[in-house]
Ligand binder design. Structure first.
Ligand code: NI
Length: 389
């Protein structure tokens, strides 16, 4: 491990240069063309990789065959930016108006390229094959970067996958991981209620979709408070609501959109089932019809227990025992990394990234500026996972 850390330390300037190059040219989900070109350029400069370009859009898959027989291990970084106008004031700020690497994917990509360098150097001792997944479109569930990568064969033959996210809630120098539930399942839903319009003075001649909608917004919270076990967690939020055309007409239609966050698949299924039943019951009572539409969803990130142990061991060597945390709770943020975990054993960790004495801006903030110092350890962590040390 000591020797790996020394090699990683020598990559410091490289990691900063690559991260800054990506940071200054952020590309949104599905548009990561120049980022992909940079990734291919750096992998080709390393030599030794079998490279697949334009996977699931602008994804890049690179394979490194080790000198010894063994399994196929996948390492994943995401490459896309967000539609956020940068306000960091950094000298390498985004030069693309309204676009910013506000989720740290620039660091993830740089760290995985760093790991590629570390592993090429160790090819003779490497067991099996390492598959590097540079995944596009993490931020846009409609494009579904991870799902599209899987459909393109990213996990074929893979026996384990590892990913990381920089995490401003933790200080720089910390690594956090927990077995089991790590990140939430996120479901984006829409509700459409159809009633029958009538004069506002003659409500008995119609069916009020607006009233049904209002009842749904309230009643749906009873799913959390009366159906979900108090020791399980679930969030239902209706964030958009529109209905009606003018003050004296009964609304013909009501539309809503919202999000559901859960952790266990059982709770997730229960919440979905009950939401449908609550909607159907209210619509029946008020003479309307209702439809619950699932617009997009990510399952929860569930860490494989054995792989988590493996990561904890590696992290202790890289970050120091005192800097490795096992959080007692998962986060309510979601990640499309979860789809990989549906197919193969997977594990996902957080790298603390807020610099001491500086404000810890949250992910997706226009001020986000993760500590670049963490990339050396991040690159070493990717490499250690692949090396099985
Ligand atoms: Ni992210």
């Amino acid at each position: 491990m000591k020797e790996l850390m020394e090699s990683a330390g020598r990559l410091d300037a490289f990691l900063r240069r690559i991260r800054r190059e990506i940071h200054s040219n952020p590309e949104l989900s599905g548009e990561e063309k120049e980022t992909a070109a940079l990734i291919v350029r750096e992998l080709e400069a390393c030599g030794g990789f079998k490279i697949r370009r334009n996977v699931a859009g602008y994804g890049v898959i690179a394979e490194l065959e080790g000198g010894k027989p063994g399994a196929v291990i996948a390492l994943r970084a995401d490459t896309d930016a967000l539609p956020v106008a940068e306000e960091t004031g950094l000298e390498f700020s985004s030069r693309n108006p309204g676009k910013m690497h506000a989720c740290g994917h620039d660091l993830h990509t740089a760290m995985l390229l760093g790991a590629a360098k570390l592993l090429v150097e160790r090819r003779p001792e490497l067991k099996g094959t390492v598959r590097f997944l540079f995944q596009p479109a993490e931020e846009d569930p409609a494009l579904g970067g991870s799902k599209a990568m899987i459909e393109a064969g990213a996990l074929d033959g893979v026996s384990a996958i590892f990913g990381m996210h920089v995490w401003p809630e933790f200080p720089s120098g910390v690594f956090a991981i927990r077995p089991g539930e790590m990140m939430a399942a996120a479901d984006h839903f829409a509700v459409v209620i159809k009633g029958k319009s009538a004069h506002g003075a003659q409500p008995h001649l119609g069916n009020d979709a607006l009233l049904a909608g209002c009842q749904f917004v309230q009643a749906v919270q009873t799913v959390v408070s009366r159906n979900v076990d108090p020791f399980d967690a679930a969030v239902i939020t209706v964030g958009e609501f529109s209905s009606g055309t003018t003050y004296n007409v009964l609304a013909e239609e009501c539309r809503m959109e919202g999000t559901v966050r859960t952790y266990s698949p059982e709770v997730r299924d229960l919440v979905h089932e009950r939401m449908k039943e609550v909607l159907a019951g209210i619509c029946l009572a008020l003479g309307c019809t209702g439809e619950l539409i699932n617009i997009s969803s990510h399952p929860a990130v569930i860490n494989d227990k054995t792989l988590t142990e493996h990561c904890l061991h590696a992290a202790e060597g890289i970050f120091g025992k005192e800097n490795v945390l096992v959080p007692d709770r998962p986060t309510s943020i979601s990640e499309d990394f979860s789809w990989y975990g549906r197919k193969v054993p997977s594990v996902f960790g957080f790298i603390g990234a807020s610099k001491q004495g500086q404000p810890a801006w949250p992910l997706h903030s226009c001020h986000l500026s993760p500590d670049e110092d963490v990339m050396v350890k991040g690159a070493a962590m990717y490499a250690a996972f692949a090396l099985g040390i």
